[in-house]
Design a protein around this ligand. Sequence first.
Ligand code: ATP
Ligand code: MG
Length: 261
Amino acid sequence: MSASTSPRSEGYVSKPETDGGREASLHQLAAGTVHDVNNLLVLVIGCAEMALDDETLSPRTRQLMQEILGVGERASSLTRQFLTLGQPARPRAPVDVAAVLTSAESLLRRICGDRVQVWLDPGPTPQWVLAESSQLDQILVNLATNARDAMPAGGTLFITVGDGTMPARADASAPSLASTRITVVDSGRGVDPAVLDRMFEAFITTKREGKGSGLGLAVVRAIVEDLGGSIAVTTAAGQGTTFTIDLPQAPEATSSPGSAS
Ligand SMILES: Nc1ncnc2c1ncn2[C@@H]1O[C@H](COP(=O)(O)OP(=O)(O)OP(=O)(O)O)[C@@H](O)[C@H]1O
Ligand SMILES: [Mg+2]
């Protein structure tokens, strides 16, 4: 089974053409509020962390503090996802996706925990795309988090970066373009057929309340579309899931390597 989305597909991120000014200011207001909420959450997280340093805490208070920390971190991650969804396009520089994958290694291992074996193959050559490295980090983190959740008893997560091809955007009959391909393969339970067709939409989730908000893939899709790329998924019950992301290679790729910051 598979589902895919391309920059041409109609996305929930598209905005109605009418009443653009009012909508833009509402957007700005919402983004500002979410930003403020995140700042408050950072404070809550910081206080909980400081309180947990106190070795005289009773076990009960320690447990409650850990709860506060966990919920604070989850709420903060949610606000960051919202901010990504509402973000206007910004100027970008060439970023080496292979280098981003390598530097995300410890974070991805931490997310996946001990039960999931993580294999990364950034490939032999740099892969330049026009993006912000934080956008690529977020794609990797969101997909790795889903993979972990799909393998509660353990399994393997394999992420590669290499050359690929993608359809030229303007004309389906035009020759394919060279792309940078990120492939994320897990050996988990596979995507529930009930959500497969809508899994890239916001608020689609099979996770219990407090565990998932259904924003992870919506954010991945929004970033991929923003970068002019495409994403596809193939999956089978009990046989794992593969996400394939193609991003246009940066025109500067062959002449001026830029930075992978
Ligand atoms: N690797 C995967 N294997 C199996 N199912 C998946 C995988 N990735 C996503 N899904 C399914 O797609 C749904 C939507 O994923 P998405 O990341 O958008 O939201 P979520 O993980 O449920 O919540 P959030 O990411 O906001 O914490 C998941 O609830 C799950 O059912
Ligand atoms: Mg998710």
